[in-house]
Each structure stands twice: as C-alpha cells, then as structure tokens.
Ligand binder design. Structure first.
Ligand SMILES: NC(=O)c1ccc[n+]([C@@H]2O[C@H](COP(=O)([O-])OP(=O)(O)OC[C@H]3O[C@@H](n4cnc5c(N)ncnc54)[C@H](OP(=O)(O)O)[C@@H]3O)[C@@H](O)[C@H]2O)c1
Length: 197
C-alpha cells in the first residue's frame, strides 16, 4: 500500500497561518476531555494509520515546546495528553538546513528538495504521513502537488496579519471536495483531495 500524504492547514479566512482569538474559540464543544469534530478528523481518528509527521523547522520547534508530553500543563484536557503521546511516539521529520539535533524522541532532520524527500519517505515502510505546516511548507506541498489530500480548518476571522499561506502560482491547482462541515463557533472543516485528472 502506498503511504498517503495529507497536509493539515489551519488558517483564517484571509489565508493567514495564525490562531487568533474569536468568540467561542476557547469554549470546548464537547465535554472538556472530548476532542471536537475538527480535532477528531485531523488527529484522533488517525492515530492508528499515521506513522510519520513532517514539519518545517519553525513548526517543529514550536510543537516540541508546546505539545511534547513532558511540556504539557496538568490542566490541559486529557485528549491533548493523548495527542502529545501520539506525537512523541510517531516518526517525526523536521525539515531544516540549520538544525543539527532535533532534541525530541523519534525525530530526524532532513533537508533538500521537497519532492525528493517525499518520494524517499513514501518508499520507506510505514503508515500514512501528515504534513503539519507551517504555512510555507504547506504552500510548497500545494505548489508542487505533493500531497494526496488536504484538511483545512478555516477560522471565522479576517486577520490581516501572520504568516501567509497563499502566494502566486504558475499553474492552478484543482481539488476535489470530499467533505465539509462547520463547527459551532463558525469554523469550517474542509477535506479535499488532489484532483490530478
Ligand atoms: N501547523 C503548524 O505548525 C502551523 C499552522 C499555522 C501557523 N503556524 C505558524 O507558522 C509559523 C511557522 O511557519 P513558517 O511557514 O514560517 O515556517 P515552517 O514551515 O514551520 O518552517 C520553515 C523552515 O523549515 C525549513 N525547511 C522548509 N523546507 C525545507 C526543505 N525542503 N529543506 C530543508 N529545510 C526546509 C527551513 O528551516 P531552516 O531555516 O532551518 O533551513 C525553513 O526556514 C509559526 O509562527 C507558527 O505558529 C504553524
């Protein structure tokens, strides 16, 4: 079975890779210890079939600081501890020219042409792969048509600041909608696959 690569994209309506505050953003949608639909579809439901997570250096360092289990706050919800345990155990690829020691268990640093890295990872044994940003890396996946599918979380904010997801493209990209849903506080969850027809 070929390893599927999914890009996770979290953005404001104006395509900024930021996590602004908006009405309801901090209100859990289920019980405090239950992940919402968005988190389930992007993460919890996929713990069994995803074995590799790719991140750009900035996102990797940010995730290590916030999401490794040892850095969790005791007040964090139970499902975030589960997410941390998943991230700790999964094979993590940090893309970087400058980082030498990833300093996080089950991690390695790779560098070079992204298509070559993707093909190398796809040839390795393992389950599916998630590309978890940041925005520059996600855009590179889209620009070069390297992901098989995309999960978008669109936050109900026009933010006007923060890292951009979108830059000019020489060639348009067509996507096929697989599912769409909205969350109680106005977020959209969109699942598309690459349309290579
Ligand atoms: N899921 C997320 O992580 C996420 C989502 C939304 C927003 N954000 C926000 O976005 C910001 C970070 O995103 P970003 O787009 O600026 O950075 P990023 O994609 O996380 O990291 C960019 C770095 O990745 C390395 N890199 C990328 N491609 C490479 C390649 N092919 N070979 C070697 N190195 C490669 C380079 O590191 P070197 O300089 O070391 O070479 C580059 O400077 C943060 O503020 C974060 O809060 C993150």
């Amino acid at each position: 079975m070929t390893r599927k690569i999914t890009a996770n994209i979290y953005m404001t309506i104006d395509g900024r890779g930021a996590f602004p505050k908006y009405p309801g953003y901090d209100i859990p949608t289920g019980s405090r210890d239950e992940p919402d639909e968005f988190f389930r579809s992007m993460w919890t439901d996929r713990y069994d079939d995803v074995t590799t997570v790719i991140m750009g250096r900035r996102s990797f360092v940010g995730h290590r600081k916030t999401h490794s289990e040892k850095n969790r706050k005791p007040t964090d919800p139970k499902f975030m501890f589960e997410y941390s345990r998943f991230l700790d155990r999964v094979d993590k690829v940090c893309l970087s020219h400058r980082l030498k020691n990833p300093n996080w268990e089950n991690s390695r640093v790779m560098k070079g042409d992204l298509a070559t890295i993707v093909h190398k990872l796809k040839r390795e044994k393992g389950g599916n792969i998630i590309a978890e940003g940041g925005p520059r890396l996600s855009f590179e996946f889209i620009r070069r048509d390297l992901a098989d599918d995309y999960w978008f979380l669109v936050m109900p904010v026009i933010y006007g600041q923060g890292p951009r997801y979108w830059w000019p493209l020489k060639e348009q990209r067509n996507l096929k909608l697989l599912s769409s849903s909205h969350m109680p506080y106005g977020e959209l969850v969109l699942h598309y696959e690459s349309n290579r027809e």
